[in-house]
Structures are given as C-alpha cells and as structure tokens.
Design a protein around this ligand. Structure first.
Ligand code: MN3
Length: 201
C-alpha cells in the first residue's frame, strides 16, 4: 500500500500569528503532499518497499536500488521530516519543555535559554535549505544539529525529537528573508508534550 501522511492536526490558521494560514496551507497541501506523491511514484517500480516502514528506508538508504536512492532520500525525507514538523507544533502551545525532556535539556545544554540559542544558531547557520534538530543519540543523550535539504537525522543514526524547517517556503510569505524572526517566533507554537513523547518513545 502506498505511503500516506497524517491529516494536519489543526486548522491552517491555528498557528497564527506566528505562522500564517497561507504558509501552513501551501506548506502542507502542496509541498508536503508533493513529497508524498513523488515518493509513491518512485516506489511503484519496487512495490516491495511499500511494506517497509519509512523510518527503515531512511535509516538504510544505501540498501536501496541506486536508481531510486536519491528520490527516496529527498522525497521520503520530505515526508518524514514534515510529519514531525506538524506534529510537534500546535495552537496555544509554546512555553517551556516538560517532564523528563525538560531535565535532559537543562542538563545537556545548561538551561532552556541556552538550548534555544543553540537551536536557533543551527537553523540560522544552515546555508540554503534544510532543518535544525534536537535529536536523541543511540546512548539516549541529546544533540542539536542541522541537516541539508530533506536529509533526516535517521540517516545519521539519530532519532529526531524536535525539528524546525528552515526552507524559505516555511516562512517567506510572512517573514521574507528574516529567518531569525521566524525561528524566534517558532517557539510560540512548539508542542512540548509531543516532543517529550518522542524523546521517551
Ligand atoms: Mn518544508
């Protein structure tokens, strides 16, 4: 069966005023959906991969046939990364990390303020398009990093807890070239309960 994406768990305008409705609508219904279509089209030639989990395909790209490896990397990555992005945001969210994730962030990065600064720096430092991540390492520890294009933390044997899209399509309509303003405002929509669930999962 073809891969699917979850329905957006809130209305297009739910993240206003921090992320505008038009951006959310285009981002979900055009960008994210196109990655999905491209992934499914590429896999038609090798339908056995429809029985795999997307996570496993992205964790072992080298095991895929060479003629679909790049398209799965880019479009499968696009599907996976955006699934996380929509899930870890929500209306009336923001605030501070909760539970065990809060303690892990404080002990790893010194404080929530210092963590925010480092994640924003990772997003700002990504030249061109990509993502900034808080990921869990194999030993359970946390790391801040960034990936280019639609590369996923999975390809680096990391498990994404929280990810922010820094492609221009994620912010240009409202923030134009001001990626730093988008990142600073993005904290207002972070769903820390979902991030903690991922951290513990
Ligand atoms: Mn995007």
């Amino acid at each position: 069966m073809a891969f699917e994406i979850p329905a957006l768990p809130y209305a297009y305008d739910a993240l206003e005023p921090f992320i505008d409705a038009q951006t959310v609508e285009l981002h979900y219904s055009k960008h994210h959906t196109t990655y999905l279509k491209n992934l499914n089209t590429a896999l038609e030639k090798y339908p056995q991969y429809f029985d795999h989990k997307l996570e496993s395909l992205l964790s072992s790209l080298d095991s895929l046939p060479e003629d679909i490896r790049t398209v799965v990397r880019n479009n499968g990555g696009g599907v996976y990364n955006h699934n996380i992005y929509w899930a870890i945001m929500g209306p009336k969210r923001g605030g501070e990390p909760v539970g065990k994730l809060a303690s892990a962030i404080s002990s790893t990065f010194g404080s929530f303020a210092s963590f925010k600064e480092q994640l924003e720096k990772a997003g700002l430092g990504r030249f061109g398009s990509g993502w900034a991540w808080l990921s869990r390492k194999a030993d359970g520890g946390l790391v801040i990093h960034s990936t280019p294009n639609q590369d996923t933390p999975l390809a680096e044997a990391l498990f994404p807890v929280l990810g922010v899209d820094v492609w221009e399509h994620a912010y240009y309509l409202k923030y134009q070239n001001r990626r730093a303003d988008y990142l600073a405002n993005w904290w207002n929509v972070v769903n820390w309960e979902e991030a903690e669930r991922r951290f513990l999962g």
